[in-house]
Design a protein around this ligand. Structure first.
Ligand SMILES: [Fe+2]
Ligand SMILES: [Fe+2]
Length: 311
């Protein structure tokens, strides 16, 4: 679907593409389908709860020498970190941007009603994803008899709070909220793809991630079409600001969240955890991430080659 939308980007109007996405949502979105049933799912204690390849320290000597029990516990907490970060992205990053547009749609929108419609659908999806994430990590904590992770200082959320506080005008604040949400909606799709394709992990973890990934494929299209409309009302300075904020989000989104990892490794008393934290850098899979956000920047016509001829 996403490819169809992209191919038609220049031959169909934004409003028509959003109408198509909205009609797909009625059949395809997780919220309009049967919910996962945790009671009947089969929990396999021998299976990993998270993809080991996604750990930022999977090549570190202290990790490779650790016992299977310690590794299993760490992977369960990796599932906890991943879900908690997802919850923060849904609640603190995507939800406020959806609300901005629903409450006061820009006059530049080709069809305000359809933009409000798709954004309210995305908002419903994100509420369900928050519920899916909290149920999924609590399920694993319960099955593994682990103390739930208590952590709130994710780099992405802290950074967003800081740059919004440094904005000097309302247009800047609103555009910042939109840019970070727009980049995050693309980046989360890339991230979920890895987990949703890994069938070796705990079945429920794979299923939850797959259901979320299907919704996010649509969201990244929704946000890039809405961005096409948003861009129409921006002057050159605002377009450059949007482009720079989209790019800055990539680095922070890809953060290894070492603060969360330090909390976890200390909690489970992982051998030599201080070495792991000291030796692990903060950036991860940046090249993949850059590609998807750069594609949006290009599609909405705000890359360096296009920006100065458009207005
Ligand atoms: Fe989501
Ligand atoms: Fe989303």
């Amino acid at each position: 679907m996403e490819n169809n939308c992209e191919n038609n980007l220049h031959s169909d109007s934004v409003a028509n593409m959003l109408k198509k996405l909205s009609s797909l949502w009625k059949h395809r979105a997780a919220i309009n389908n049967e919910q996962l049933d945790y009671e009947s799912s089969y929990f396999d204690p021998l299976k990993k709860d998270f993809s080991e390849d996604l750990l930022p320290f999977s090549k570190h000597g202290a990790w490779q020498e650790a016992s299977d029990e310690m590794k299993s516990k760490t992977l369960s907490y990796a599932w906890g970190i991943y879900n908690l970060k997802t919850i923060y992205i849904e609640c603190d990053i995507v939800t406020p941007a959806c609300e901005d547009i629903i409450k006061a749609p820009s006059s530049a929108f080709e069809d305000k009603m359809i933009v409000q419609e798709v954004m309210s659908e995305a908002l419903l999806d994100e509420a369900l994803h928050t519920r899916m994430s909290i149920s999924a990590c609590n399920y694993i904590y319960t099955m593994r008899n682990l103390e739930p992770l208590n952590f709130s200082d994710f780099n992405l959320v802290q950074w967003r709070r800081r740059i919004i506080s440094e904005c000097t005008s309302e247009w800047e604040r609103r555009l910042t909220r939109f840019a970070i949400a727009c980049a995050s909606e693309t980046l989360i799709t890339d991230y979920l793809k890895v987990m949703s394709e890994d069938t070796s992990i705990q079945n429920i973890c794979h299923e939850v991630t797959k259901a979320h990934a299907i919704d996010e494929w649509s969201h990244s299209s929704v946000f890039s079409y809405v961005a096409l409309d948003v861009v129409k009302s921006l002057n050159t300075k605002e377009k450059i600001y949007l482009r720079d904020t989209l790019r800055k989000t990539i680095d922070v989104f890809a953060s290894n969240e070492l603060g969360a990892w330090e909390t976890v490794l200390k909690l489970i008393n992982f051998p030599n955890y201080k070495d792991i934290i000291a030796d692990t850098g903060d950036n991860n899979e940046i090249s993949i991430y850059v590609e998807s956000v750069e594609a949006i920047i290009d599609r909405i016509g705000i890359n360096e080659n296009k920006i100065y001829v458009s207005r």
